[in-house]
Design a protein around this ligand. Sequence first.
Ligand SMILES: N[C@@H](CCC[C@H](N)C(=O)O)C(=O)O
Length: 332
Amino acid sequence: MTEVPFEKYDGAGNDFVVVDSEADPVEDRAAFARIHCDREAGVENAAGARHGADGVLFLSLDEGADPAEVTMTLVQPDGSIAEMCGNGARCVAAWAADRSGLSTFDIDTPAGTRRAVVDSDEIAVEMGEPTFAPQNVPLAGDDPLIDATLDELADTPAVGHRVTVVNTGVPHAVVFVNDVDAVDIDAVAPPIRHAAAFPEGANVTFASVSADRAGALDAAPDGDGFRQRTFERGVEGETRACGTGAVAVAAAAKRLGRLPDGAADSEWITVSPPGGDLGVAVPDDEPARLRGPAEKRFDGQLSVPEDDRIAGVTGEAALGADRLNEDPGSER
Ligand SMILES: N[C@@H](CCC[C@H](N)C(=O)O)C(=O)O
């Protein structure tokens, strides 16, 4: 059985297995991700405790570039590749800083190059300009969905929810509700995630204004922030944090004129998914920015599938083995 070293990082509870793709190439990345990713129990630490893995980050670092460059490919639990991942990018910067001692990185992603800066335990990443343009989301129709009801959702638990659809590196359907904790996300999100309006699918992000998160980050405004919950495409379930989702909440709120007092006048807005607090800035006509914690938790070795069957997969790897023969996320 072949094994590769991995490191486990998380950004505000969004969990990633990190593999150095130059030192330890994995041929079938989709199969590797399917085997080892599980939201609650994907990978094991040295003490035998299992921890979540929302995807595998295959990374290669070029320290000679100025600034240093990292090529990032996020392969998700269904085997699909995500164009961008905000918390993943922050974990990438933490990983690169841990290796190199440097603090500024250009991260090459399928969505473009994103600058990340590490400042002690907080990492900020440039996220590109959020876009509502139908061709960029992408949407099936010609009109943006700014405060829309998805007609095809009639007779589902999602009926009646209004969505604002924005691409923040990946597509998000943002739904503002009174209380995110009251949402039955596993019932409400899938019909939206798979709606015909989204030819490549969409992440579904719920948000509510939250007075108790005011000033949760040091430099956050003395006003209300948002609580956030996201059902992620590719994970096909809720994660503990989603960075592109946090940016989508702020961008959608700004577009709808729903920014709470304080946040509207401030550069940084606090968005709080279940895993921690994130800071988001959405200036006019400029790239959005995302900041928050990201750090290494542990490392170890993971088995590499040796063919397209389950051969060579043992121990923790067997957890995801039942998904190995499914179609690799092609329908997004
Ligand atoms: N967790 C991520 C988003 C990852 C991509 C997403 N699941 C997709 O397929 O669009 C984040 O922090 O942004």
